[in-house]
Structure formats: C-alpha cells, structure tokens
Ligand binder design. Structure first.
Ligand SMILES: [Fe+2]
Ligand SMILES: [Fe+2]
Length: 294
C-alpha cells in the first residue's frame, strides 16, 4: 500500500475498544459461538443489546411477536442471523454518517450498500438459494463489503472526495478514478487491511477483500461470487444515482455458476431501485443507533 495512505490509516483508525473487540472475538467462528458468553459480553457493551433487539423487531414487523430480550431475539431469528446483526450494527457505528465534502455523498453510498445486500437476496430467490443464505447475513455483507471506502471517508476524506471529483470531471467510472488516485491499493485492499487490524471474521474478510475479484476467494467462494454480482448490479444503480452513464459488465460464466441466467440478472436490476426505497422507508436508523465509545 502507498506508504502515505498506510501511515494515515495506522495513525487515524483507532484500535477497537476492548468491549467491542471482545464481542467480535466471540463471533469470530460462526460454528463455535458460546451463547451465554456472547450475551454476557453484549450486556457489557453500552446499548448494544437494545439495538440488536430493535434490529430483530424491525425485520419482523410483519411477522409475529416482538423480541423482549437479547436471549429472546436469538431464539426468534437464530444465532447466525444474530451474529450478522451484531457485526453490522458494530461496524456501522464505527463509521458514523457525516457529510464533510461535496463529492462523496454518504446517503447515496448507503443506498449502494443496502442495495448490494438486497440484490443478493433477490439473486438468491431467483437461483432458489434462499434456504442456503440467511437474509440478515446478505444484508450485513452488503452493508460492510465496502468498509475500505468507509475507512477512507473516516481517515482520508479529501482523497475520497478527489476520487469522486475525478469521476465526475473526467466522466469515467468511479472504480477507474479510484485506480488513478490510489493505484493498486484500492478500497478492497484498504478494506482487507481494516479487517486485519480489527481481527474481523474470515467470512467478512473474504467478501471485503474479493468482492471485485471473486475467483481469488479461498473461503466461501460461492457467496463471494454472489456478493460480487450483487455489488455490480448495485454499483450500476449507484452510478445511475450519481447521474453517470457508466455500466459495469457482469461475467456470464459467474452468473451461470450460481445457476442463474442473464435474463434473471436483468430482472433483479429492474427490481432493485424500488426495493431499496421500500427498505429505507421501513428502516429506522434511530432504533439502530449504537452509541460507540469512540
Ligand atoms: Fe467495492
Ligand atoms: Fe460496492
């Protein structure tokens, strides 16, 4: 990585506070989560327990009863879904939304991230894979796959702003502008560095590192391909929000590897904008406001 970018990230991206690091550690391996230890650690972590319950209840608005405790929330949606809700809440809280500079629009970026998770859900429905992929997991992956961009926004906002400025001024795709500014140390590389610094779980690291080059994934390859296609669909949607005409291609071979056709990709592309708007109407971000200690 460019020494300057690395030096600034090293200096300005804090270590995880011990309580958050403790929860992340407990969630590291989805197969060996100690439920009681997890609940104990969450109870020590500010209002996290309440926020997780709110997230479960938001997702279940139209279905059945509300969770009355953290234990109850786990019972209602399961440990895997709860794991993803917790990681999503924590990681979002580490990058509070702000609008410092004119060219990077955080609201549209949220639409892209949420859109990536929702596109992954729609792809799973089309491919008959819904049973295999927890929907909270797909939303979590969508919300955090571009954690490298969030790290740039937090530590190098002027550099991030410059990327979007160049894309607009030179009428080139955002990813091309990113390479012009950062060279080969793109947001995927920066994101992987963040995952390493914060000891984030391997499944998240794989999505963050490989969502633009899924063939390189060594673990969870199929879900990384799924997130790559979802990201590309949602990136095209994002470019359209920014009034750009650029469209990233989707490799047919990867599409076929999920048992999908290009016609089904078009169907998901058409459905996505309305899905994002509907999700934004339902989501209550105040209910998901975890008071992060830094
Ligand atoms: Fe990305
Ligand atoms: Fe993305």
């Amino acid at each position: 990585m460019s020494t300057v970018v690395l030096q600034v990230l090293e200096r300005d991206l804090p270590e995880l506070p011990p309580q958050i690091a403790g929860v992340v550690e407990e969630l590291k391996d989805p197969n060996v989560i100690n439920r009681d230890a997890l609940i104990r650690k969450i109870e020590e972590c500010g209002n996290l327990s309440e926020v997780v319950q709110n997230a479960v209840n938001l997702g279940r608005m139209r279905h059945g009863r509300r969770a009355r405790s953290l234990d109850d929330a786990i019972l209602l949606v399961g440990l895997e879904a709860t794991r993803h809700i917790i990681l999503s809440v924590l990681l979002q809280a580490l990058f509070p939304r702000r609008q410092l500079l004119e060219n990077f629009d955080r609201e549209n970026f949220l639409r892209h991230c949420l859109g990536t998770g929702l596109a992954a859900q729609l792809l799973c429905i089309e491919a008959g894979l819904s049973e295999q992929y927890d929907s909270y997991k797909l939303i979590n992956y969508g919300l955090i796959h571009d954690i490298g961009i969030l790290a740039l926004d937090r530590c190098l906002p002027v550099t991030l702003n410059r990327i979007f400025q160049i894309a607009t001024e030179e009428r080139i795709p955002i990813l091309q502008a990113e390479v012009k500014v950062l060279g080969r140390f793109t947001h995927s590389v920066i994101g992987e560095w963040v995952c390493g610094k914060w000891h984030l779980p391997a499944d998240i690291r794989s999505v963050v590192q490989h969502h633009h080059a899924p063939r390189r994934a060594e673990v969870n390859k199929q879900e990384t391909i799924l997130m790559h296609i979802a990201d590309t669909i949602s990136f095209n949607y994002y470019e359209s929000l920014l009034e750009s005409v650029h469209k990233y291609g989707i490799e047919e071979e990867l599409v076929r590897s999920l048992g999908l056709s290009m016609a089904q990709i078009s169907k998901v592309e058409e459905a996505l904008p309305e899905r994002v708007e509907r999700a934004l109407e339902i989501l209550d971000f105040k209910a998901l406001n975890f008071s992060c200690p830094f």
